[in-house]
Ligand binder design. Structure first.
Ligand SMILES: Cc1ncc(C[n+]2csc(CCOP(=O)(O)OP(=O)(O)O)c2C)c(N)n1
Length: 561
């Protein structure tokens, strides 16, 4: 039987198991929307297309499935670019469906025409402009395959309007077979034997785990691996949650705002096993000073990320979970009883760093943002699914909310995109209705996609928004204080809406705390309400995130409190 393009699209999405689409309609996608409402796929109407992409991203991170969004052509499509780039940086599987003008008008300066395929080429894993309705079912199938396999990422499908009403036979392909795209999941065992040899020789080993461990669902294998070889473990920002924080092996986060002991370990270790990390500049600081005494093993599914930023002793191309699993099997046969003793000095050194230079802040009679996050951790027993905006709020969350479960920390790591947290929280709450979802925000970032409050209220999503209001674009102000002689150029945000009234205007609940003794009660009250809640905390204006490594310095050159 012949079906229209719009029907084929819906049928194909259903076959991919899609149950939710975040989107915003318009002329170019009107046929798709007409068809969409006849299906049982849930549609979440956001208030801005950037919100749709971040929500699809949050949905993907919280559920481990592919997130989907649908927007119209032209401005609808261009509004998605920040969200696509954010997902691309953090390797998040999403499929973005954009409307396009009819095929015969492409290239004619038509109303609401943009070349979104051209615009997004550098920030998608792959993208398609569909030009024949006969190709549609295959393209959708391929898009999902590409988004979720290998190193995951965003895939865009541009859908000209005329194809949505054209008909053809619905013949979805059985399998996807892309000759030029065959990711390697199983690592080379010869390389793994070399890794085992290095592990046995090492006196000062260290593991650095990244987002790749979370994405490959490899946390359990990582825990086994670290315990077996008795190596301390650090994670990148994206790797938080991949390793339990309440064990003596936990070093804390590495990098610009990493812990003292994690950063010092990088310079002193003789073996670094990096798993699913990109070695971004936020992690390495000055690259030639990074892990300069160490042999480096780099495990990653994406061969192009190996040796991109850091020279490597043993490259291992493979899926992080599968590689750890195979390493654990090899290690079963090895005797590690002899490794402890020569490493005593190393473990003692780390203990000393840990006890002398802890993460710390000084209480005063104004609210400290770190205190709010610590209290939140305590009250939620670390079980919340936390999203963040970008800036100091993001780094304090990474430092003071201890993430023991993978997929519980959702943040725009690579792009650092303000406005991410609220829509991502919406997506996460849709994916996990059983979970407490909290967005930790700055007063600047929250205003970038505050309109999504309406979405949260419309769909009865009980997300909690914690605004750490320092009346500054705090992280930029911090740089100005430390490196620009306290010249606070354009970072003051004294004028903001009354967030309590704003919450109420959206039909949500607004609470505010201005003194430290009100923090706990406000959190308790807000967390207990089964509704969308904004909790505003008026915090110390000039509090800083410490430790901090100045940009471009070695990561052992930390500014401490
Ligand atoms: C879209 C976007 N614009 C600008 C920036 C640059 N930037 C990084 S952090 C920051 C300040 C964030 O301020 P706020 O949201 O109030 O959070 P705080 O740092 O005070 O916690 C800015 C402007 C960014 N990351 N993203």
């Amino acid at each position: 039987m012949k079906l229209t393009g719009a029907k084929i699209l819906m049928q194909s999405l259903k076959e991919e198991g899609v149950d939710t689409i975040f989107g915003y309609p318009g002329g170019a996608v009107i046929d798709i929307y007409h068809e969409l409402v006849q299906t049982d796929i849930r549609h979440i109407l956001v208030r801005h297309e950037q919100g749709a992409v971040h929500a699809a991203d949050g949905y993907a991170r919280a559920s481990g499935r592919v997130g989907v969004c649908l927007v119209t052509s032209g401005p609808g499509a261009t509004n998605t670019v920040s969200g696509i780039a954010s997902a691309y940086f953090d390797s998040i599987p999403i499929v973005v469906l954009t409307g396009q003008v009819p095929t015969q008008l492409i290239g004619n300066d038509a109303f609401q025409e943009v070349d979104i395929v051209g615009i997004t080429r550098p920030c998608t894993k792959h993208n398609y402009l569909v030009t024949r309705v006969e190709d549609l079912a295959r393209v959708v199938r391929e898009a999902f395959h590409i988004a979720k396999s290998g190193r995951p990422g965003p895939v865009l499908i541009d859908l000209p309007k005329d194809l949505m009403s054209k008909k053809c036979e619905y013949r979805p392909p059985k399998d996807v077979n892309l000759k030029s795209y065959q990711p390697t999941y199983r690592p080379n065992t010869k390389q793994l034997h070399k890794v085992v040899k290095l592990i046995k020789e090492a006196k000062r080993p260290m593991i650095v785990a990244g987002g790749g461990v979370v994405l490959s669902k490899g946390s359990e294998e990582l825990r086994k691996f670290a315990e077996k070889i008795q190596s301390p473990v650090s994670t990148t920002l994206m790797g938080l949650g991949a390793f339990p924080t309440q064990t003596p092996l936990w070093l804390g986060m590495i990098g610009m705002h990493g812990t003292y002991r994690a950063n010092m370990s990088t310079a002193a270790c003789d073996l670094m096993i990096a798993i699913g990390v990109r070695f971004s500049d936020r992690v390495t600081g000055k690259t030639d000073a990074f892990a300069h005494q160490a042999k480096i093993v780099h495990i990653d599914i994406d061969p192009t990320s190996i040796r991109k930023n850091i020279p490597v002793t043993i490259p291992v191309v493979g899926d992080c979970r599968q590689t750890l699993q195979m390493l654990n099997e090899l290690l079963e046969k090895e005797d590690f009883s002899g490794v402890q003793k020569p490493r005593t000095a190393w473990i003692n050194q780390i203990e000393e760093w840990k006890s002398t230079k802890r993460l710390a802040y000084t209480q005063s009679d104004t609210i400290k943002p770190q205190f709010v996050i610590e209290k939140l951790y305590e009250l939620t027993a670390g079980k919340a699914l936390v999203t963040t905006e970008v800036g100091q709020n993001q780094m304090w969350t990474a430092q003071y909310y201890h993430f023991d479960q993978p997929n519980s920390f959702i943040t725009s790591g690579g792009l650092g995109c303000m406005g991410f947290g609220l829509p991502a929280a919406i997506g996460a709450q849709v994916a996990r209705p059983d979970k407490l979802v909290v967005d930790i925000a700055g007063d600047g970032s929250i205003q970038m996609n505050i309109q999504e409050m309406a979405t949260a209220v419309q769909y009865g999503l009980p997300v909690k928004i914690i605004i750490l209001n320092n009346q500054y674009l705090g992280m930029v102000r911090q740089w100005q204080e430390l490196f620009y002689n306290r010249c606070y150029a354009c970072t003051g945000m004294e004028h903001a809406p009354d967030f309590v009234k704003l919450a109420e205007a959206y039909g949500a609940v607004g609470l505010r705390a201005t003194k430290p003794e009100e923090v706990e009660e406000t959190l308790k009250q807000g967390l207990a309400l089964p509704r969308t809640v904004i909790m505003e905390f008026v915090v110390e204006r000039e509090e800083k995130v410490y430790p901090m490594v100045p940009a471009g310095a070695p990561i052992t050159d930390m500014l401490l409190v």
